[in-house]
Design a binder for this molecule. Structure first.
Ligand code: R5P
Length: 291
């Protein structure tokens, strides 16, 4: 078995290599003057089980093309079983036609990864499990909740886990079980044109004196977390901690989150960042459990 470290790994390839004691080979990579990517696998690999690590954080399109170049090159080397480990799976939120004529982006992305030569796909906390069926081959989902819960438990006394929409309830349940805490959800709706988020429906929440942990798969503009944070404080939360597996923090999302009253943010290393109130948890142990 060998690990191939792609062009966007944020150190996950190195951590994984140490954790499971499998050698790591980094791809050779440069950018041509016209901006196109050059990829070379510096060793001929045949008859091996290959774990390719490539996250699809921004610039997503570039990292995606580079993933395809890596996969197809390895597939050309013959008789390899290739597992694509894609910690952050970009395009996962466009998983259906919200409007007529829209691309189902995740379908195209997963079809391409399969066609380029991946036999197995490992992703961390996908947006929706069902969408992974577009890959059409074996899929493994790595669950980082045990690692996130370990970090969160250091920061809370009376935990209550809140999902910022109904779709995230199962995620909240998994985290709550790890923390031995109660959990619930609120309902949001997003304007498909402006992207604005608003809370639609609030079930009865008793959050008085509780340390509320709002858990989501992705922080992008921060709109969802901010609305959920306001709702938690309106219902008596003592403090709010935000947990997201994949944090993009677009624009001034981080500042807006802190200004809305989020005391701390716990996230993972599927996307690189360096912000003061953000604790980063390594997802390599979650991946290792699937290998
Ligand atoms: C949407 O369904 C996702 O689970 C997240 O809630 C969403 O992507 C977060 O985006 P934003 O930070 O822009 O509200």
């Amino acid at each position: 078995m060998i690990i191939i470290g792609g062009t966007a790994t944020n150190g996950i390839d190195e951590n994984l290599s140490k954790l499971i004691s499998i050698p790591l080979l980094k791809v050779e990579h440069k950018i041509f003057p016209d901006g196109e990517s050059y990829i070379r696998i510096p060793q001929h690999i045949t008859n091996q089980e290959i774990l390719v690590v490539q996250s699809l954080y921004p610039p997503q399109d570039k990292h995606f093309v580079e993933l395809l170049l890596i996969l197809e090159t390895l597939a050309d080397m013959k008789n390899n079983k290739i597992t694509a480990i894609v910690p952050y799976l970009a395009y996962s939120r466009q998983d259906r036609r919200f409007k007529d004529g829209e691309a189902i982006s995740i379908k195209t992305i997963l079809n391409a990864i399969a066609r380029a030569g991946a036999d197995v796909l490992i992703v961390i906390e996908p947006h929706k499990e069902e969408e992974l069926s577009y890959f059409g081959k074996e899929v493994k989902i790595a669950d980082p909740m045990p690692e996130l819960a370990k970090e969160v438990s250091k920061k809370v006394e009376k935990p209550f886990v809140l999902a910022p929409d109904r779709g995230a309830l199962e995620r909240a349940k998994r985290l709550a079980e790890q923390l031995n805490a109660e959990y619930s959800y609120i309902e949001k709706e997003r304007d498909r044109d402006t992207g604005e988020v608003r809370i639609k429906n609030l079930p009865e929440l008793r959050l008085s004196g509780k340390d509320v942990i709002i858990v989501d798969d992705i922080i992008s503009t921060g709109g969802t977390m901010i609305q959920a944070t306001r709702a938690a404080y309106d219902h008596g939360a003592r403090k709010v901690i935000s947990v997201a597996v994949h944090s993009l923090f677009l624009g001034d999302a981080y500042e807006k989150l802190i200004n809305s009253g989020v005391k701390e943010i716990v996230t993972t290393n599927t996307i690189p960042q360096d912000l003061s109130k953000v604790t980063i948890v390594d997802v390599s142990p979650a991946i290792a459990r699937k290998i």
